[in-house]
Design a protein around this ligand. Structure first.
Ligand code: PMP
Length: 330
């Protein structure tokens, strides 16, 4: 019989897929690390598992405890999945810009979800950071992983994502491109790739226009899961060679192209990361191998990015080649 002991054993070891269409005209090879292949559907399964297991070892999380976390959804799914296998209760706090679809997924795993307003400052009592702090104080046996400051977030990428990419590219990777949210992915993977390559691999951040990582003020944008209005502990900016800012419009148009042209139904931060990767790859040669990490699936965004009316309302709908062709025939 060939089987794994539990769904948790399926986290990580995601494939690299070459991008063939959106890369036309570029000399470099661009490979996508497809994180929706994780059992919870996103890159965050990796950090959830490492943070929980570290807290079990340190005694911070005890049998029957409750996991409380402010999360835009993906970390919640990873935590809820692992918690369900390990017998913990989960309470998640989400900003109200998060898709209803994502919140329904968390509830489907048996988690409780509290929704807070996006349009308040982080120090406001109703901000999702403060609400989660209050819940941790009030619920007995509560433990907050705090993905923004937990060293096991970047460490999980140092232990898994980085080594996987190095091995899968046979050490030929020359640049790694990824979005920056908590900074865990870029800092952990980046540190491993810098160390193993003697500093040769370039580490490139992708950031929504408006976010602080690319010099913005923290003004709102629509891409979910990336960008910040503060500098989290998990982000080590010394590892990043460059940060490329991408508009919502470019992020979402690229997200739709990935589905139509590459067969990759992925989320908005994936389109953002690919847009940045392609912009970066324009300068590179045929010897270059760029790996771009795609954090999650497009299924959580069907009513937004993949909905023509929603896109048109924001002025994001460009007639893609396929849409234009259908219009010509009609
Ligand atoms: N994209 C999505 C959809 C995410 O949920 C996250 C995590 N917040 C990221 C990208 C960024 O990853 P990280 O937190 O490791 O910087």
């Amino acid at each position: 019989m060939r089987y794994v002991e539990s769904v948790i054993d399926l986290v990580g070891n995601t494939p690299l897929v070459k991008l063939n269409s959106v890369t036309q005209g570029l000399a470099a090879t661009v490979l996508a690390k497809v994180e929706y292949m994780n059992p919870g559907g996103s890159v965050k399964d990796r950090i959830a598992l490492e943070m929980i297991e570290a807290a079990e070892s340190s005694g911070e999380l005890k049998a029957g405890g409750t996991i409380v976390e402010p999360t835009s959804g993906n970390t919640g799914v990873g935590l809820a999945m692992a918690a369900q296998r390990k017998g913990y209760r989960c309470v998640f706090v989400c900003p109200d810009k998060v898709s209803q679809d994502k919140i329904s997924v968390l509830r489907a795993y048996g988690a409780e979800v509290v929704v807070c307003p996006t349009a308040v400052a982080p120090e406001h009592p109703d901000s999702y950071y403060n609400v989660s702090d209050r819940l941790v104080r009030e619920i007995p046996g509560a433990w907050k992983p705090d993905q923004y400051s937990n060293p096991n977030n970047p460490l999980s990428h140092y232990h898994t994502t980085g080594p996987e990419i190095w091995e899968q590219t046979d050490g030929r990777i020359t640049a790694f491109v990824t979005g920056i949210g908590t900074g865990g992915t870029i800092s952990g993977t980046g540190r491993f790739l810098k160390e193993v390559s003697g500093g040769r691999v370039k580490i490139v951040g992708a950031d929504p226009e408006g976010s602080v990582y690319s010099g913005g003020t923290g003004r709102p944008y629509l891409v979910e899961g990336v960008g910040e209005d503060f500098w989290p502990v998990c982000y080590d900016p010394t590892l990043t060679d460059e940060v490329i800012a991408v508009s919502d419009k470019d992020s979402f148009q690229m997200t739709r192209r990935l589905a139509r042209e590459e067969g990759l139904l992925v989320g908005g931060s994936c389109g953002m990361a690919v847009a940045a990767a392609l912009r970066y790859a324009r300068r590179l040669s045929a010897d270059d191998v760029v790996v771009v990490l795609l954090p999650d699936s497009g299924r959580g965004y069907l009513s937004k990015i993949f909905n023509d009316d929603w896109m048109a309302d924001y002025g994001f709908l460009a007639p893609s080649s396929q849409e234009a062709r259908v219009a010509d025939v009609l």
